[in-house]
Design a protein around this ligand. Structure first.
Ligand code: DC
Length: 206
């Protein structure tokens, strides 16, 4: 069975949590496409490589680095993600993953619009910048975080601006995406809404 769930949205909106939960629930494979851009950003900026060359030579090892989840890696990812040659180098891998047998969930920024415009289910997961910054700040340790909340909010806004306003594959909902605003929604409610959309698309015969 080929069945693709595309989950897009801005940083720290809850895409990863929802993606992992639905992948587990339906037995689908999951690809966090942000990790690809993070690995390219960290590799290119860390080794002084041309970002497109870094994208073309990405290895499994690059994807296993422990520093990919940091705020700095997120910013580096957002910077290299504006480069069309970087996006082109990552396209085939994502499309092949999406059509693998047994179903796939991909989360990112352009999955429903560019990578898999024919995805069976498209979700756009969002939340206010303040809520997303607060979640990221709490993840980083809250009062013990290396940065104050205001600095995390500034980074969230900077990344939103770059991701939404780039020329190639900007972050925006696909015309037929279901919008899930998680600002005032529990994780359970957001996952339940995603599960309901997938069950409806799978139909009663599954
Ligand atoms: O989802 P994330 O925070 O791990 O993504 C990091 C950056 O990578 C994000 O700010 C923009 C870029 N990205 C992208 O351009 N397209 C994707 N499909 C996924 C991520």
């Amino acid at each position: 069975m080929n069945f693709t769930v595309a989950i897009d949205g801005p940083a720290a909106a809850g895409k990863g949590t929802i993606s992992r939960a639905v992948a587990q629930r339906f037995g689908f494979a999951h690809l966090d496409t942000g990790a690809l851009y993070r690995a390219v950003g960290v590799k290119a900026e860390g080794q002084g490589l041309d970002p497109a060359a870094a994208a073309r030579s990405l290895t499994a090892e690059d994807l296993e680095r422990e520093d990919l989840r940091t705020l700095e890696a997120g910013q580096a990812a957002s910077r290299v993600a504006v480069i069309p040659e970087v996006r082109a180098a990552l396209l085939d891998f994502q499309r092949e993953f999406a059509r693998r047998a047994g179903g796939a969930v991909l989360d990112g920024r352009d999955i429903g619009t560019v990578i898999c415009p024919g995805a069976e289910v498209k979700l756009f997961v969002t939340a206010s910048p303040e809520v997303r910054a607060r979640r990221r700040w709490l993840e980083l340790g809250g009062e013990a975080a290396p940065k104050p909340y205001e600095a995390v909010l500034a980074e969230v806004l900077e990344r939103d601006d770059r991701d939404m306003n780039r020329a190639d594959a900007p972050l925006k909902p696909a015309a037929d995406a279901l919008i899930l605003d998680t600002s005032e929604m529990s994780v359970e409610a957001a996952v339940a809404a995603a599960v309901a959309a997938i069950e409806a698309a799978l139909g009663p015969d599954r």
